[in-house]
Design a protein around this ligand. Sequence first.
Ligand SMILES: O=C(O)[C@H](O)[C@@H](O)[C@H](O)[C@H](O)CO
Ligand SMILES: [Zn+2]
Length: 301
Amino acid sequence: MTMSSIKIECVLRENCRCGESPVWEEASKSLLFVDIPAKKVCRWDSLSKQVQRVIVDAPVSSVALRQSGDYVATVGTKFCALNWANQSTLVLATVDKDKKNNRFNDGKVDPAGRYFAGTMAEETAPAVLERHQGSLYSLFPNHHVEKYFDQVDISNGLDWSLDHKIFYYIDSLSYSVDAFDYDLQTGKISNRRSVYKLEKEEQIPDGMCIDVAGKLWVACYNGGRVIRLDPETGKRLQTVKLPVDKTTSCCFGGKDYSEMYVTSARDGLDSEDLLRQPEAGGIFKITGLGVKGIPPHPYAG
Ligand SMILES: O=C(O)[C@H](O)[C@@H](O)[C@H](O)[C@H](O)CO
Ligand SMILES: [Zn+2]
């Protein structure tokens, strides 16, 4: 038996309406994340505990590091460069031009520096939206946009296997974690299959990340938990419950990527729910998991 002393702490009560896209930036020992409907990108300094916030002009659904410094983000239906010091964005590419009610949702950079992100119809309430309106895209380092497939409901969590040969992907309303064969050289995906179907109490699969053992961590929206999955056996290995129901995404960070950070949401909770979970919309840190993560890949363009 290994010693396990899991500790969960709300490190920042940000009251996010929909916190998402946690990303550890080692250079600044900070956690970046977004609050989608608040149109806000935040950077929480883990040493000073101070937060900096940049407001953009449309819902911002993901943020990522950039090789040349600064960040990239998905804003509305645009892939943008984000200049932190100037608090300004520059459009790199636009998608879904024929779908005025769409916006980007979750995004992450692949091991070759391509920025993957999918879209969805804007929600009228959490998980209430016109279905099959989304698509999955990636922004190549030369700013070319590749479209992979359409008919997506809520494009969400994504990550790559440690050998870069598999792309993992979640369309939330399929209640499934899927895998594709991945060609890192070309950025092409093929052979979609399901590696895990969520159980009823696990609710809606949302953001996801991989650990150094190649296992997947999935934040369960409305499930108040993150679950650890073995994509090879299709089995759930672990459940870690959090003190808020709307857990939205997770990433590893901190010393040697040994801590897990989890974002959460307040939207969709009524006043009674909020009394029972006052930290809803906060950022949580989980320590003592006994497994580490891997550094995020920066966008190469
Ligand atoms: O953050 C996201 O991925 C979506 O934008 C959110 O709105 C919720 O997670 C979704 O409603 C859950 O299904
Ligand atoms: Zn999400």
